[in-house]
Write a protein that binds this ligand. Sequence first.
Ligand SMILES: [Zn+2]
Ligand SMILES: [Zn+2]
Length: 401
Amino acid sequence: MFSWLSAVTLPIQPRRLLAALLIAAAAASTATGEETLRVRVLLSYFSSRQAVTVSGDALQYQRADGSWAPTPQPAITLPPAGPLPQDSRSPLVLCVPDGTLTVSQGSRKRSYRGHLCVTVSASGLTMVNDVGLEDYLRGVLPAEMPASFPVEALKAQAVAARSYTLANTGRHTSSGADLCDSDHCQVYGGAGREHSATDTAIAATAGQVLAVSGKVISAQYSSNCGGYTSPSGALGAAGAIPDTDSKGVPYCACDRGQAWQCRATQAQILAAAGERRKTPIRRLTVTERDVSGRVRQVRLTHDYGETTLSANTLRLALGLSRMKSLLCTFAADPANGDILISGRGWGHGAGLCQWGARGMAMPPLSASFRDILSHYFPSAKLALIAGEAAGQPPTSLRPSP
Ligand SMILES: [Zn+2]
Ligand SMILES: [Zn+2]
């Protein structure tokens, strides 16, 4: 899948390309009714150890010869209570043509477009939603950015998420999938999460991606960079730029939760460092920060000597929503020796800052999604995935008009 990613950028008249793409898109939808580019999403939301029920209006299964037939019952329990149709494909593939199917497991329930591929093995159920790229994004965007954000911020997010998707399709190949539905890859809530505002942003940027030298980039994004984006290995990302307007005010300062504080006990910090011996921490020293000011490493001085601790390990141990970022400082609480951590921002801070995108899109700046993307990904260019809409395997990337 997606072997076209090593494609090159071709020079083409932008306006002619857009017209050609729109015509091709119309032709494709009447010819097949399905998108050419598809994403296989591993559904980790459901436990692989419990049975699920799959239902939907006119639920169908795929036969071994590729044709479709109605399921014997309107709902199927998996692992199956009885025999499946003899002629069904293995793994089992289910769909509701032009609709959504629903997966339920106890109190968990989600609906999906596209196909649901289910493998039953000794290790449990593996469910993969095989869905068109643009339909996939409709279930991602509202889960990754509030749908109430300005439309230009939503459009920037749509292009970033589309690029991230195409650049990260190999993350779950061992499960027969491209990406998973959790924040390990991108949060995907299926059809039930769709929102008209994010749908509009996705449709307005259909097929547009960020590319460097003809390759789609892994366009990272996070909630709030705290005023400085993080240097990132991702191609095209700014890396350690002040995320501020001409007066020095951070674009993401519109997030009232930008500044945060949390408290950790000495025992929690020692445990994060793997130090099992009981000892008071005599000193905590930040020994390394990156160019954006994010802490990389701290040193703990205690009665047995010194222990170094990666800041990221500490953040994972304390919880990502407790120690919200690494753009922080440490202080001791004289009352009980607890460590007080004060910081700004939420998330890794690399690539697109979502609250910054909101700040840029709001008046008085009223920036377009192109302005927002070029601010956060200055080395990247907007490109269209050529061929997708024409119903052909994509063969190249072309500059976007
Ligand atoms: Zn994943
Ligand atoms: Zn920011």
